[in-house]
Design a protein around this ligand. Sequence first.
Ligand SMILES: Cc1ncc(COP(=O)(O)O)c(C=O)c1O
Length: 404
Amino acid sequence: MARTTATGRMTTNRRFNSMHSQKSLFRLPASEHYLNCAYFAPMSRSVEQAGQAALERLRNPASIGADMFFEPVDEVRKLFARIIGADDHRQVAILPSVSYGMATVANNIYGSEGQEIVLLEDQFPSDVYIWRRVAQEKRLKLKTVKRPTSTTKLGPAWTQEIVESISPRTAVVCVPNVHWADGLRFDLSPIADAARASGAMLVIDGSQSVGALPIDVGELKPDALICAGYKWLMGPYGMSLGYFGPRLLEGQPLEENWITRRNSENFADLVNYRDEYQPGAIRFDVGERSNFLHIPMMLAALEQTALWGPASTQSYCSALSRPAVDEIVDAGYLMADAESRCGHIWGVRMPKGLSGDRVRHELDARAVRVSFRSDAIRVSPNVYNDPDDLMALVDALRVARDVN
Ligand SMILES: Cc1ncc(COP(=O)(O)O)c(C=O)c1O
């Protein structure tokens, strides 16, 4: 049921731009307001059905033909390639996690003693630990670009500091396009230009945006773009996808599995061992990449994500979020300026003196599901949300502040 808030700014309109709320395609409990896709995407009906059909098929392995080791996997590559603007789906690898993708990249960097790896302050750990190890092993230096102290245009200011930290000494730049903890937005174009001009490798963690915010690898030309599958791509937990640019395509995989070798389609000939891999980034696929449960679920998820399209999803989330953001700022909470923010993931910081427990209590009382990351309340709506969900959030934040 729709409620109006103190300023009456929010409406119950469920249609934003060309898209309606897609709630009916999900089975979220009607009593909850799930605003936490950055944590985990809810399973859509189509993904659930694909998973159930896959389990039923697995009752009898005779139903798993040789083609199922290859064709659905290629469909996953093609859909992901379409979402990120890659021309060749064979540049997409099937990964089990972001950390695996990052380790694959790290295994193939060239960098000599004293060169630098550029990271961000408070970056997600899967983007940090591997580079710490590489830095130690190869005697490279980690250069962590700190969050600027400016209160306006924080995203552009941080982007600028990243650009300025890149020099001919830089071996690798590893950045996301939005900060995982509070959604702060970076402009990848100047970062990509600076990396290219310095000959540094550009590695992007797209986990918190790809699917809900357009990205074009044709334009950015990163060396790698690694994405968790269970957030904005809305697939199963345990599967990530990676795009690898030309400089990495001759690289060494983390493991040597049979299916990534040329002619692996011919099951009768597998012990005719070969040195050559399948083309492109297929060499980086994880062992048992054809996972007969995950792949059909990921396929259903990507079909839906591609159908909505990242641009429409972003404009839906932006239009949905905008009135709530205005209300939250009116209520005294702190948020990044519009230029530094996206519609699908944003951080709310509490006014001085307001305790996190107080806010948690009000959110829980209304079954509003968000995350607390660092000092931010991270709100991450998606196309299944509607104004009621945002109103419940605004209501909780207002009451928490008023009773404080
Ligand atoms: C930015 C980012 N990268 C990666 C991940 C997941 O990493 P992994 O697949 O290594 O568990 C998350 C999870 O929250 C994330 O927010």
